[in-house]
Ligand binder design. Structure first.
Ligand code: G3I
Length: 336
């Protein structure tokens, strides 16, 4: 396929959409051969208004997760009031495109509405969590959403204790176990993850997360795995670290995934190399669920001014990061 533009018919739509050709197979095609989920997170359903965005998403990826729309205030801003418009749109898109949805945002330090922030009574907060989790999980259980980030960013960014969010302030450190138990009751068949950042780069924080998670397992808390965000700025994880992380949690009976990878740097070659090295090591370590925090620099969330952290340009042209990921997937030998 040498053409500079590829015409694809949008699923369910009559019009054709022009997107730049990658000149090769899609990521999801290669991933499917090896039973791997390859996904894009950070999907704001409004982006689907852009036919190119929707086309590349459905063509390249077999999973997706919302950016902020699954966080508390986005769909449940007042007690007993739910607005499902955005999330329904995302899940319907996934249904039409045969994609898995990851439920990102059940407990997050961001975006908690006043009615939650004003609760001071532990019983009332647990009741609010139960109502919120049940509403979200019951609506989408069995409809493409089979895994959830139950708690995101429990630990302080640089490590050194738990984030003092509303849940910690009212319930203490036990809020994490509470959240997993409530989630399991609301979605007994779903996979439940703790989602954390920077553990691949900060040894102290890595140990801290391990201590936290192994404590949950020892207390029979229903947790299925650890979702590594893998936001990388300039420096790749030291080779072997991802493998060590996977093995340490495997020994506890848990799965490790990559949930939000992106690479923030102004150096395109370095970015390509990091994408390739991380995906190669992750696959060899046994990770079967990999997501990026978006796929087009048109909608990138970055803290490094000028950085373009994703694998397609603003105009949906594949970058080195795409080809490095594609090569890692095609070269990977899946030995069960
Ligand atoms: O919706 C409000 C809007 O009403 C208000 O006018 C505006 C003013 O700033 O803010 C809007 O909310 C913003 C929201 O994004 C939606 O745009 C928040 O301020 C802003 O903090 C929020 O940023 C998000 C961030 O998480 C905060 O949690 C980013 O979009 C989102 O990409 C980012 O995603 C996180 C993952 O959930 C967890 N892992 C790290 C990742 C990147 O930081």
């Amino acid at each position: 396929m040498k053409a500079t533009a590829l015409i694809i018919a949008l699923l369910g739509a009559a019009e054709a959409v022009y997107i730049p050709s990658t000149g090769t197979t899609s990521l999801r095609e290669e991933a499917a051969k090896k039973d791997i989920l390859i996904g894009s997170g950070a999907i704001n359903p409004a982006y689907l208004n852009d036919p190119q965005f929707a086309a590349v998403l459905a063509l390249q990826f077999n999973s997706l997760s919302p950016e902020n729309e699954g966080k508390w205030s986005f769909f449940n801003p007042a007690e007993g009031y739910y607005n499902w418009t955005s999330l329904d749109r995302l899940v319907n898109f996934a249904e039409d495109s045969n994609m898995v949805v990851k439920g990102h945002g059940l407990i997050s330090s961001c975006c908690n509405p006043d009615y939650v922030l004003n609760i001071t009574d532990p019983t009332a907060l647990r009741a609010a969590m139960t109502a919120h989790f049940e509403a979200f999980m019951h609506r989408y259980n069995g409809k493409r959403v089979d895994r959830w980030d139950v708690v995101t960013e429990a630990l302080k960014t640089q490590g050194g204790g738990l984030n003092a969010n509303i849940f910690y302030n009212v319930l203490g450190s036990g809020y994490i176990a509470d959240a997993f138990r409530i989630a399991q009751a609301a979605g007994p068949d779903a996979k439940l993850f703790i989602n954390e950042n920077l553990v691949e780069s900060l040894p102290y924080k890595r140990q801290e997360l391990y201590d936290l998670v192994s404590g949950l397992v020892a207390d029979s808390v229903p947790i299925d795995g650890v979702a590594l965000q893998m936001h990388i700025t300039e420096v790749a994880p030291i080779p072997g670290v991802i493998t060590d992380i996977v093995n340490s949690y495997k020994a506890l009976g848990l799965e490790v995934t990559i949930a939000e990878m992106d690479v923030h740097t102004l150096n395109a070659t370095l970015q390509t190399d990091i994408y390739g090295a991380v995906i190669e090591e992750a696959l060899n370590a046994g990770i079967t669920d990999i997501s990026f925090w978006g796929f087009t620099d048109k909608h990138a969330y970055t803290w490094l001014p000028g950085a373009k952290p994703l694998m397609f340009t603003e105009r949906y042209k594949p970058k080195g990061a795409f080809y490095a990921t594609h090569t890692a997937l095609t070269s990977f030998i899946n030995t069960p």
